[in-house]
Design a protein around this ligand. Structure first.
Ligand SMILES: [Zn+2]
Length: 248
């Protein structure tokens, strides 16, 4: 049990570290892999460009050896990367109890959760990279629902439904506005992940919130992404209850 908890934390720290690498490298158009210096770029300081030793970029060790500052130029490291790592680590730990072990659901929920947190940070920096991340989360959603519902018709139906709503709304707006209201894209994503009742509940919150202009885009997007993940966890709980009913 304790070993499993430690294992969950290690998975979280590694995945969080990978996510922060993606967050740093994708908007700067640096290849994600860094082990072949000819093709990619080895881990380096974003300010002075100094190559980092293994204890300066590996998770946990890097916090101990640098204490939030570059060892070469002394510039403070952007806390975003640490926050992202910590969030993903906590998620990996909590999910272990939620899905009662390292199940297929655990892997799917962890990777999609990490992808959603990553996209929160990416949306303001690089929208196309955030799009790619959300697309990946959408693929995971279709696998998650096929696994739990044993059919692809569930997510296909709700996705088509969401797609028509998205197409209807965007046809009323001009292209500039569609780019401005980034959260409209969550309609498509939630269509894959949520079944019709949850999808309707989610859209009832998303649509009015998107229209409110006084709330910043960043706050809206972060709130709607967190809300989507909460709905996903509730759905996972529903599936779990059904399995229990079936077995007893
Ligand atoms: Zn530096």
């Amino acid at each position: 049990m304790i070993l499993n908890c430690i294992f969950a934390l290690i998975i979280g720290v590694l995945l969080g570290n990978f996510a922060s690498t993606v967050l740093f490298r994708l908007p700067r158009k640096i290849p994600i892999h860094g082990y072949n210096p000819k093709l990619g770029k080895v881990p380096h300081c974003s300010t002075c460009g100094h190559t980092l030793k293994f204890y300066e970029y590996l998770p946990v060790l890097s916090w101990v050896s640098t204490r939030g500052r570059c060892n070469y130029c002394g510039v403070k490291i952007n806390p975003e990367y640490t926050i992202l790592e910590v969030f993903v680590s906590i998620l990996a730990f909590i999910l272990y109890f939620f899905t009662s072990g390292f199940s297929e659901e655990y892997i799917l929920l962890l990777f999609s959760g990490a992808g959603l947190i990553l996209s929160c940070f990416l949306i303001d920096k690089a929208k196309t990279d955030a799009d790619k991340t959300l697309f990946m989360v959408g693929i995971l959603g279709s696998i998650f629902r096929t696994l739990n519902e044993a059919t692809i018709f569930g997510w296909l139906t709700s996705f088509l439904f969401a797609y028509f709503i998205y197409a209807f709304i965007t046809s009323k707006l001009d292209g500039k506005k569609v780019a401005e209201y980034y959260s409209l894209r969550f309609i498509l994503l939630s269509g894959v992940w949520l079944n019709i009742p949850y999808l309707l509940a989610y859209l009832l919150i998303l649509l009015p919130l998107t229209a409110i202009k006084t709330i910043s885009q960043y706050k809206k997007n972060t709130f709607l992404i967190a809300l989507l993940y909460i709905f996903i966890l509730i759905m996972e709980f529903d599936y779990y209850q059904k399995v229990i009913c079936f077995l007893t």
